[in-house]
Design a protein around this ligand. Sequence first.
Ligand code: AKG
Ligand code: FE2
Length: 290
Amino acid sequence: MTTSTTTDRITIRPFDAPLGAEVIGAVTSDPSGADVFAIVEALRQHHLLVIKEQPLTDKRLVEIAAWFGPQFVAPDGIPVLGTDEQGAVTVLANRHGDAGVESKEALPFHSDFQFMPVPLKGAVLHAVEVPPVVAGGNTSWANLHMALDEMPPELRARIEGMRGIGINPYAGGMGGAGYTGDQQRYTDDPVPDFPHPLIRTHPETGRESLYFSMFVWKIEGYEDRSEEEQALLQDLRDHVDQDRFYYTHEWSVGDTVIWDNMCTNHKRDAFDQAYPREVHRVQIAGTRPF
Ligand SMILES: O=C(O)CCC(=O)C(=O)O
Ligand SMILES: [Fe+2]
C-alpha cells in the first residue's frame, strides 16, 4: 500500500514492506480527535506504526498506548515478562542492578503472551537508549495475515480447526530452559495449558491470520512429542519465519513502535553488550482469540 493519509497535523505513510507505516507529525503534544482516530485506524490497516525520533516521557507513552485500548498490567505473581516492582511501564535494559529486565540474547519470533488465556492486543515500545545499528539489536515484525494467505494449501489443511498450546518461558515445565534470573518474574510451578486456534480471526477487521510462533510447542490432538506433531511444528516454523513476511526496524533514540500483537510475530537480534540498550514497554489488553 503506498497512499498516505493526512489529517490537519499528521500523515500516515505506509512502508514499502509487508506491514507497517510511519506516523509523521508531533504526537508529543496533543493531537486532535481526528488525528487519533486516523492513527488507530492506521494500526488496523498496517498492523505496525512507527513514530520516529520523538523522545517521550513514560506518562506520555502510557497516554499514547491508551488510544488503542485499556492497558494490561499483569497481576503480582503471574509469570510474565517484568518484575513485581514495576507498574505501567516495563523497562527492558541490559544493565545489571537496574529496575529493568535483562534483555540481551536474540529473541526468537513470537507473539507476546501467547501462553496466556487472554494474550495482548498489542504493545508499545519506546527507545530510550539503543546501540548503533552496526552493533545489532534490530527488531523485526512479520505479517501473519500474509503468512496465512501465502501458506501452501496442504499445510493449511493440516491446521484447519486445530489449536496450538503456547509455552510460558517464565514458568516451570520447560526442562530448565525457562527465562530465570533475578529480574524475571519466574516461577518453578507448572502453569496450565491455554490452547488457542492456529488460525484466528481478527476481532476488529474480521480477517483471518496464522497464529503461530516459537512459543507454540504442542498441538492439541497429537500424541505429545510424536513424530507427526514435531514435523507439523517444524513445517509451521519454516513457513512463518520467512524474510518476505517481515519489516525490520533499525532503532534510533526516541523511536516508538506500536504493534498489533494479534496478527504479527516479532523477533529481536542479539547485540553487542558493550552498548547499553533500554526500551520502555506498555502493554494493551486483548480479548480471547477465536
Ligand atoms: O527488545 C525488543 O526490541 C523487543 C522485545 C520484545 O519482544 C517485546 O518487548 O515484546
Ligand atoms: Fe515480545
